[in-house]
Design a binder for this molecule. Structure first.
Ligand code: ATP
Ligand code: MG
Length: 344
């Protein structure tokens, strides 16, 4: 269990984390979402006692990190996969960390096996690919068999197989009853990985909710419907006071109608009463991407300039806010003072 209460971090005039309160419960994966510069890494560093909060507290299993006796046995973390001495082998890297927390040395080979690095255990960590480095970072986090695990962007830069492995691995850790807190920019990936979400923007809490609720609340759900008599169908639906949008033929399939705030049952029964044949009747759910952009729109630290692709704003559900750049990429625009923010 991780509990943050009024957590705040100022760097000079920058308020990186602003009065943030949330809890991360055991037994599930909790995603930590926010645009670039939102304060995710700063929050994780404060959880781990690497940065001191300017105000507020954060506790792991009821204690501050500094109060934990053998901290690696309670909490494991992967913040930066490349933070390894390049000339040490994977095994010797794990050995010194194990020794620092009185963890038996046989555990080193166990965690190397768990993450699939046994065959390269004697190789220089400096020569590892990003995927191998992420695995070594995860092995380090697991060394003390801790009940609480933190991962900062663990799937960043991984290939699809690596991403799938990490997703399944996180689920396994949560199923074992551990508290798993993981930040990521890969929203579609988070939708598959996290059951709960803590969403922040400009250092402030935007939402703490289940992933399902977050998507349901923030994005529009609609019914997609089509049949051989589209005009009659259109008239039938608008005649019932429903809003109907035409969807031209495209990648999603033939031309169809989109009916927001309706259910498939409602439309199916309506069509049935007048004997209208339907070829498609499907509930359209919003994506985590849409929900995220809608909710964090006002809180984006970096916005793309006028040269941003037109689709970026459109994808934001009309909020007019550009999609934040993926992790690891430089922001495509200059930092802006977003109206309403008091961080700078
Ligand atoms: N050591 C530091 N000194 C000064 N400012 C800092 C420091 N660390 C972070 N910041 C600032 O604090 C804010 C939050 O940064 P942080 O790295 O926590 O964001 P993030 O959500 O992890 O972003 P990203 O998605 O890009 O990793 C940013 O404005 C950043 O510039
Ligand atoms: Mg970060």
């Amino acid at each position: 269990m991780i509990e943050a209460q009024g957590l705040t971090k100022r760097y000079g005039r920058t308020v990186a984390v602003n009065d943030l309160s949330f809890t991360v419960a055991p037994g599930k994966v909790t995603g930590f979402l926010g645009p670039n510069g939102a304060g995710k890494s700063t929050t994780m560093r404060m959880i781990l006692g690497l940065d001191n909060p300017s105000a507020g507290t954060v506790r792991i299993n009821g204690r501050r990190y500094a109060e934990l006796h053998h901290p690696l046995r309670q909490v494991g973390a992967l913040l930066d996969a490349k933070w390894v001495h390049p000339n040490r082998s994977a095994r010797s890297h794990l050995r010194w960390i194990a020794a620092s927390n009185r963890i038996p040395v046989k555990r080193v080979d166990e965690v190397l096996e768990v993450v699939g690095l046994t065959s390269v255990a004697g190789k220089r960590a400096g020569g590892f690919s990003l995927g191998m480095s992420q695995r070594l970072g995860i092995a380090t986090a697991l060394l003390g068999d801790p009940g609480v695990l933190l991962f900062d962007e663990p799937v960043n830069g991984l290939d699809p197989e690596g991403i799938l492995w990490i997703r399944q691995f996180m689920h396994r850790l949560a199923d074992e009853g551990r508290t798993v807190f993981v930040s990521s920019h890969l929203l579609s990936e988070m939708a598959l990985t996290a059951q709960d979400l803590v969403v922040i923007g400009r250092g402030r809490l935007i939402a703490q909710t289940s992933t399902q609720e977050f998507i349901d609340n923030a994005s529009e759900s609609a019914v997609r419907v089509r049949g051989p008599e589209m005009e009659r169908l259109h008239g039938l639906l608008t005649g019932q006071g429903l809003t109907v949008r035409d969807v031209p033929a495209g990648a999603d399939g033939p031309a169809a109608l989109l009916v927001p705030n309706a259910s498939t049952e409602q439309i199916g029964e309506l069509a049935g009463t007048v004997g209208l044949v339907l070829h498609e009747l499907a509930a359209q759910r919003g994506s985590l991407e849409q929900a995220f952009i809608q909710l964090t729109g006002q809180d984006v630290e970096y916005q793309a300039g006028a040269g941003a692709p037109a689709g970026a704003a459109a994808a934001g559900g009309g909020t007019g806010v550009a999609v934040p750049p993926p992790a690891g990429e430089a922001p495509s625009g200059v930092p802006l003072n977003v109206p309403g923010g008091d961080a700078r």
